[in-house]
Design a protein around this ligand. Structure first.
Ligand code: UN1
Length: 501
């Protein structure tokens, strides 16, 4: 066990006001890693106050300088990639190859958003009057509240923090209670990169701390990634207070395999999309929509591939599937096995806890056949290594099944036919579409997010990621030095249209 994991507020590591703590532990070994500060509303208020006081100077720090700090952060994260990755694996279970990838996404984002320090593009446009100039600028907003999940302990927070910071906002971050130590190590990288005190603040704890952050009057913007239930609670609380919110919630992502697909490519992509990260990605593939002709061969190949997966402690060499994150996740995934049986799905492989792999929350990679679109396992997000196979007759039917979902994050199609691929691009109604690639692996330079119940129309990453953390300021500069009213239509003035004045 290591020392108490503390909050970071106003440039100092501090204990909680209440003295309460909780423990972070390893889902593979069930060993306790460290005690952690459990924050309450007062700790959140302290963090917001620190962020507020830092904002007045941070917003005036030239954006290129802010961007340079992000470049330094990228270098530090590169140096510490292994340490950070190993701690993340210990706290939330996914394999080291995956946690390294997680850190890499943050590094990529740090370089991308660091570059925004010299761009942060607004625009100019012609104006109606002579001797007048018009422009639209991205402005910082103030204090940003971030609530993030455990499945991407570093990447997902980086998608929020880095655009928020380069745009001149200060941040209060409440990470998941399942990954506090990884969060603290990530914050240490910001400290060592030279971010001034109060610009990045960390409050550790449970949902009550997140709720206090959501409701704090000085936090005007919230960005949330996590479960639909919590996301909608954040949304309604924040909406009542007139705040801006970015939400990334569930997914029920599908891979479509048409009869003409390249079987080897499809099998590899399905396996990693469904069972990688133990199925605990919002982009994980949990529905396999397969055309009748290729179904028998595909099933056989998938079962063969699933048998090669090695479930175990993600720190161990050769392990390909780590444990589920905690007991609650294990209970939830296990409960869906009964649901599937009751609904009449055929269990083809897996279907239960993997006790051979160790004492942790290990679950066998699971495939159900004979699934219909109406079954609960085809509709609800399970967030575990469980794939449901639905047979269809045509591309049109596949698209229809894909789109008939409460969620709309990611979808994928395997076909060698360019016409069908483009038809799918046109007709699949998810925020991300892949052709001949699994449902995971989004890159940070493109917008990330989904339609329907996945979010609220906002996007993270890419240029769109800046929208969450900036307000547009339209600026008009009249340099004529004289009245130009003669040119205004009197009727327009009387009717309230002061165009050009
Ligand atoms: C998530 O699961 O919340 O596209 C994010 C992907 C990763 C990010 C997943 N780059 O799967």
């Amino acid at each position: 066990m290591t020392d108490l994991v503390k909050n970071y507020i106003g440039g100092r590591w501090v204990e909680g006001r209440s003295g309460q703590t909780f423990e972070t532990s390893n889902p593979a070994t069930l060993e306790v890693i460290a005690p952690v500060v459990r924050s309450g509303a007062q700790d959140v208020a302290d963090a917001v106050a620190a962020a507020k006081s830092a904002y007045s100077t941070w917003r005036l720090t030239p954006a290129p300088r802010r961007g340079e700090l992000l470049f330094k952060l990228a270098l530090i994260l590169t140096e510490r990639k292994d340490d950070l990755a190993r701690l993340m694996t210990q706290e939330m279970g996914k394999t080291v190859a995956e946690t390294r990838g997680d850190v890499q996404e943050a590094i990529d984002m740090a370089y991308y958003m660091g570059g925004e320090g010299r761009r942060l593009k607004g625009y100019t446009a012609p104006v109606e009057m002579p001797n007048k100039f018009g422009m639209a600028l991205r402005d910082s907003v103030g204090i940003v509240g971030l609530i993030t999940p455990w499945n991407f302990p570093v990447a997902v927070p980086s998608w929020k923090m880095l655009p928020a910071l380069v745009a001149g906002n200060t941040v209060v971050w409440k990470p998941s209670e399942d990954t506090p130590a990884s969060s603290a190590m990530f914050v240490q990288a910001f400290i060592d990169a030279g971010f001034p005190a109060g610009v990045v603040n960390l409050v550790l704890g449970y949902g009550d701390a997140g709720a206090a952050l959501t409701e704090h009057p000085d936090v005007r913007i919230l960005s949330f990634t996590g479960s639909t239930t919590t996301g909608l609670a954040v949304y309604s609380k924040a909406a009542a207070l007139g705040k801006k919110v970015t939400l990334e919630m569930g997914g029920k992502n599908a891979i479509i395999v048409l009869d003409d697909a390249n079987l080897d490519l499809a099998v590899d992509a399905i396996t990693w999309s469904a069972y990688g990260t133990t199925g605990q990605r919002c982009t994980a593939c949990s529905r396999l929509i397969v055309q009748s002709g290729i179904r028998p061969k595909l099933t056989e190949a998938l079962l063969a591939k699933a048998k090669t997966l090695v479930v175990g402690d993600g720190l161990k060499e050769g392990v390909t599937v780590g444990p589920l994150v905690n007991q609650k996740a294990l209970d939830k995934v296990s409960a869906y096995m009964d649901v599937a049986r009751q609904d009449g799905a055929d269990l083809l492989i897996g279907g239960g806890r993997d006790t051979q792999a160790g004492p942790g929350y290990f679950f066998q990679p699971t495939l159900f056949g004979g699934v219909t679109p109406a079954m609960r396992i085809a509709r609800e997000e399970i967030f575990g290594p469980v794939l449901s196979m639905i047979e269809v007759g045509s591309l049109e039917e596949a698209v229809q099944v894909n789109n008939d979902s409460a969620y709309g994050l990611s979808s994928s199609i395997f076909t060698e036919n360019v016409n069908k691929a483009f038809q799918a691009i046109r007709d699949l109604t998810t925020g991300i579409v892949y052709i001949n690639h699994g449902t995971t692996g989004a890159e940070i330079q493109f917008p990330f997010g989904g339609t329907r119940g996945t979010g609220n129309g906002m996007r993270e990453a890419g240029q769109a990621g800046l929208d969450s953390f900036t307000e547009w300021k339209s600026v008009y500069v009249d340099f004529s030095g004289r009245l130009q009213r003669a040119q205004i239509d009197t009727d327009a003035v009387l009717s309230g249209d002061l165009n050009g004045s």
